[in-house]
Design a binder for this molecule. Structure first.
Ligand SMILES: Cc1cc2nc3c(=O)[nH]c(=O)nc-3n(C[C@H](O)[C@H](O)[C@H](O)COP(=O)(O)OP(=O)(O)OC[C@H]3O[C@@H](n4cnc5c(N)ncnc54)[C@H](O)[C@@H]3O)c2cc1C
Length: 404
């Protein structure tokens, strides 16, 4: 690093940060960008075992990846299309099924390993000269300017300092940028923990994403496919009360497989094997504002939501798309990247959508977390209605595929 001043410094090189750096480098090539991450190594993808973390990539996110030129790389790895989705009430008799034909698409989305996406983004970044990646670095403190146009100084833990016209916090749910810049948040723990793992099932998944809702929490089976032939692998996201999650994590593999097959009503038969399990305590956290003078939050740093609809990373990709558009718009008009209009327009375009998604997830969580008899009857009837009316189902299919 010969010069420590950048037009944009992005802290966090996960899905949101790496995607933002690629977008801005392509749409505004004259800007100098630094991408700072705590990790020492560039992320890489391995086709040996499945990554425990997967993302249900929406059609809108797929379109972004195509524009960045990384979709071919990702889909050549292990992107599994899902044409159907089945969601049902585990404590009732009703359910709703979605079909990609209803929205005239080949699929509702793709299940992709997290590492396949992050590695593809970093491979793309390697070919973009305007982006400098600074690894093994965390932010120790910030010196914020009162005036947005004056820029921000970022002090790294190794003693180096960078200055940026615009600082972007893309450092995930426990964002240090959010804390150091003094953003107010609204947060609460769900009391739920998600267990994620790759499982081998007795029956083929038939390119269907399935989710069973119970008062204990949702259980999703997301289809995985190495070559579109073998349909016996799924990624599970099993969200339960945290004390139950502890008991499930403590089970040996054989007992876990039995418990899982039973919780899933044996819809895919016996669970033949389970890979390494990981657990994530869940919380909802949202910054009250996404913007302060010279500082912007994107992705989980701005909002973390319950994974029951698999939308968290997708919302971050939509943030990134809009912020890159606003930066490009400012550049085209001869404005600085930290012109107040950039953050104002970004926040105005993204916050209502993110809040609507968060409220919908919260509503689902509460309706299905209740064992009130009236509410149970109502949700059962809701599923029945949704399944009966093609117009309503078409709209829900669009929401399910992220095309809203
Ligand atoms: C169980 C589970 C299942 C999920 N399933 C889905 C799904 O199907 N679909 C979906 O869309 N979303 C899903 N999500 C949500 C999704 O994983 C997140 O929304 C997404 O990973 C957030 O991306 P991000 O880039 O904002 O943050 P992160 O992925 O957390 O990346 C943050 C980056 O910042 C770096 N970093 C952190 N702190 C610092 C620091 N102080 N200094 C420097 N660098 C730092 C980290 O090393 C990391 O690279 C799921 C979440 C969970 C918990």
């Amino acid at each position: 690093m010969s010069n420590y001043h950048y037009d944009i410094v992005i802290v966090g090189a996960g899905t949101a940060g790496a995607c933002l750096a690629s977008h801005v480098a392509l749409s505004s090539p004259d800007l100098r960008i630094a991408l700072v991450d705590a990790q020492a190594q560039a992320p890489c993808y391995s086709d040996k075992g499945y990554d425990t973390r997967v993302i249900a990539v929406s059609k809108a996110t797929e379109a972004q990846f195509r524009a960045l030129g990384i979709w071919d790389v990702i889909s050549a790895r292990r992107a599994c299309p899902y044409q159907h989705m089945e969601v049902w009430d585990g404590e009732g008799t009703a359910g709703v099924e979605f079909d990609s034909a209803a929205i005239r698409e080949e699929s509702l989305g793709h299940i992709v390993e997290n590492s396949a996406i992050v590695a593809a983004l970093h491979e793309r970044l390697a070919s973009l000269a305007s982006v400098e990646i600074i690894r093994s670095a965390t932010v120790a403190s910030l010196t914020l300017a009162d005036d947005a146009l004056a820029g921000t100084t970022i002090h790294l833990d190794d003693g180096r300092s960078l200055t940026a016209d615009l600082l972007v916090g893309a450092d995930g749910g426990r964002s240090s940028i959010r804390t150091l810049a003094g953003f107010d948040v609204v947060e609460w723990a769900y009391g739920h923990t998600s267990i994620v793992a790759t499982v081998e099932t007795e029956l083929p998944h038939q390119f269907t994403a399935r989710q069973r809702f119970t008062t204990e929490g949702p259980l999703a089976f997301l289809p995985l496919s190495p070559d579109c032939q073998n349909q016996q692998y799924c990624s599970i996201v099993w969200s339960v009360n945290t004390d139950i999650a502890g008991d499930l994590m403590a089970l040996d593999s054989a007992d876990f497989c039995v418990a899982l097959a039973s919780a899933f009503e044996h819809r895919l038969g016996r669970i033949a094997s389970v890979d390494r399990r990981a657990s994530f305590p869940l919380k909802q956290c949202r910054a009250k504002r996404y913007v302060k003078p010279g500082v912007v939050l994107v992705g989980d740093a701005a909002h973390t939501i319950h994974p029951l609809a698999g939308q968290g990373a997708n919302l971050g990709f939509y943030d990134v798309d809009v912020l890159a558009q606003e930066v490009a718009r400012a550049c085209a008009r001869g404005l600085a990247v930290n012109d107040p209009s950039v953050g104002r327009r970004y926040e105005r375009r993204r916050m209502p959508h993110n809040l609507a998604a968060m409220s919908a997830m919260e509503g689902f969580k509460r309706v299905f977390g209740s064992d009130n008899l009236h509410l149970r009857l109502l949700r059962n009837e809701g599923f029945r209605l949704a399944n009966r009316f093609p117009g309503l189902k078409g709209q829900l299919s669009k929401i399910a595929s992220g095309a809203f």
